[in-house]
Design a protein around this ligand. Structure first.
Ligand code: TXE
Length: 478
């Protein structure tokens, strides 16, 4: 299958004639080709978005919310197809693709339809004047998304962006283009006005950087790696584009000795290994208090070893393949480094899988103990099924370890004492902390990181704020 760009309401071919093979992570087989678009394609997509913006931005918010609901309906009618495409394209288990990716893609459009309907102008009275604050569209948005949660993250940006009256050009990851294509099919079927949502396929250096630096793009919303985020910021800053960056993380799961051990073991395993550890929020460092250390680590390893790794299309599978051979090499490099840094691999290795899976990007969930808390493996983002476990005595020590990284995205605390959990959570320098849970999302809550994990917040009113320009009109009374 050869994919096409979607520009000005039409699926069309790209310039330059370059393609990239799309490989199934579980088998290494090529199953599609994605266009490697260039600046000419980006330019026509931005032009289409610019032309469509005034009329789209001029619609009332109820009308735009109705369009979001229609897209949600269209996606919902293809729920199972989204799950199986996402599972095939990313290597994640079908059960996860259904419960997380397909579910959230529909939910994102429905949620923002509701948010936009209830979003109101604000009024601030003075003794002699009234301020009317309205939220105008920013203009044309560039939406750049990664491969770990392809449609989940794309819909998280498209829905609020167009809901607030912007038009957009999407650039999904070249590794996982299939569900972005499906979203364009849905948008086409529901008859969204042409040019409101455009899609340019391609890689970062071709399509991605041309889009970010395009002179007629007003806003950039990017989710991806921290070093790429820095390139995106450098390209966008001189033109003063509005920018939101959701980047990497090195998050800690802090296990206190008063925790409820059964649910904590399950929660910390889920946090470490969901989506093969390829979620920016994953708890890849587990900090365990002295009093419970031995028992917890034993139970944790048992639970990790009980996970079923294999065919992503099997309903029983817990862990699938890593996204690419290159990414597998990166993860393997960190495991080798962990040994050099004095770590002990307590569980890991390679699963033995039958054809046609033998050529996929497989690695077993890996747990490392004995690493120093300053080591590279315990402070850098590995973004794979690799977790290091560390021992601590005092709460303050756990807080120090959790904060000892360039990242500041998320974390979790596991305890029987909610007040103590809240106190620790308040001292962790990240954008989000969960207590006795992980990745429990209320879409109204802010999402984003501090330090090298990014700039800005998305979610609920924060998304509506980012995708709009708050404008004040002050009227002096007679
Ligand atoms: O992501 P990239 P990659 C982390 C993770 C991973 C590392 C690299 O540690 O190992 O990032 O992953 C587009 N201008 N995360 O290389 O490069 C690219 O085409 C504009 C964390 O896959 O960040 C894709 O669409 N765009 C992360 C998107 O950026 C550019 C999820 C993300 O790609 C570009 C994924 C450029 N110069 C990886 N270069 C998270 N926070 O969840 C690339 N792109």
């Amino acid at each position: 299958m050869d994919l096409m760009n979607y520009i000005g309401g039409k699926f069309e071919g790209h310039s330059g004639g370059k393609w990239l093979d799309v490989k199934e992570p579980a088998t290494g087989n090529v199953f599609a080709r994605v266009p490697l678009s260039n600046s000419t394609d980006v330019d026509s997509a931005v032009r289409a978005a610019r032309e469509a913006q005034p009329e789209w931005g001029g619609l009332g918010s109820n009308e735009r919310a109705r369009w979001l609901d229609s897209i949600a309906d269209g996606l919902e009618s293809r729920y199972e197809e989204i799950a199986s495409l996402e599972s095939r394209d990313t290597g994640k288990p079908i059960s996860l693709a259904r419960a997380v990716d397909a579910y959230r893609s529909v939910a994102n459009f429905r949620f923002f339809a509701g948010e936009i309907r209830s979003h109101e102008e604000e009024v601030f009275e003075m003794s002699d004047a009234t301020n009317f604050v309205s939220y105008r569209p920013v203009g044309v948005g560039a939406l750049i998304t990664p491969w770990n949660l392809p449609l989940y993250l794309l819909s998280w940006k498209v829905a609020p962006a167009i809901g607030m009256g912007n038009t957009v050009v999407c650039k999904p990851s070249e590794l996982t283009p299939m569900t972005a294509n499906l979203l364009m099919e849905v948008i086409d079927e529901v008859g969204l006005p042409e040019g409101v949502v455009n899609l340019v396929h391609g890689d970062g250096l071709g399509a991605g950087s041309s889009l970010v630096s395009h002179g007629d793009v007003d806003l950039v919303s990017f989710t991806g790696g921290t070093s790429t985020g820095s390139e995106v910021a450098k390209a966008a800053a001189p033109q003063f584009k509005k920018i939101s960056l959701e980047l990497g993380g090195k998050n800690s799961s802090i296990v206190l000795d008063d925790c409820e051990i059964d649910s904590t073991v399950k929660g910390v395993v889920r946090s470490g290994f969901l989506n093969q550890g390829q979620v920016c929020l994953c708890g890849s460092r587990v900090l365990v208090q002295d009093g419970i250390y031995d028992e917890f680590v034993e139970r944790f390893i048992e639970e990790v070893e009980s996970m079923k790794i294999g065919d992503p299309s099997d309903e029983e599978t817990d862990l699938g393949a890593l996204i690419s051979a290159e990414h597998l090499t990166k993860v393997e490099g960190y495991i080798e480094l962990a040994k050099e840094e004095g770590g002990t691999i307590v569980t890991g290795g390679y699963p033995c899988l039958p054809e046609p899976l033998a050529n996929g990007n497989w690695i077993a969930p890996t747990v490392i103990t004995g690493l120093s808390v300053d080591s590279r493996c315990s402070t850098e983002e590995i973004f794979g099924p690799v977790v290091s476990v560390h021992r601590f005595s005092e709460d303050s020590e756990a807080i120090g370890i959790a904060n000892n990284t360039r990242y500041g995205l998320a974390g979790s605390v596991w305890t029987g004492d909610i007040e103590r959990g809240r106190r620790i959570a308040d001292s962790i320098h990240t954008g989000m902390v969960w207590v006795n849970t992980w990745l429990h999302r209320d879409l109204r809550a802010p999402f984003g990181g501090v330090k090298d994990s990014g700039v800005g917040r998305e979610g609920g009113k924060w998304s509506l704020g980012f995708f709009s320009e708050a404008t004040n009109v002050c009227v002096k009374h007679d």
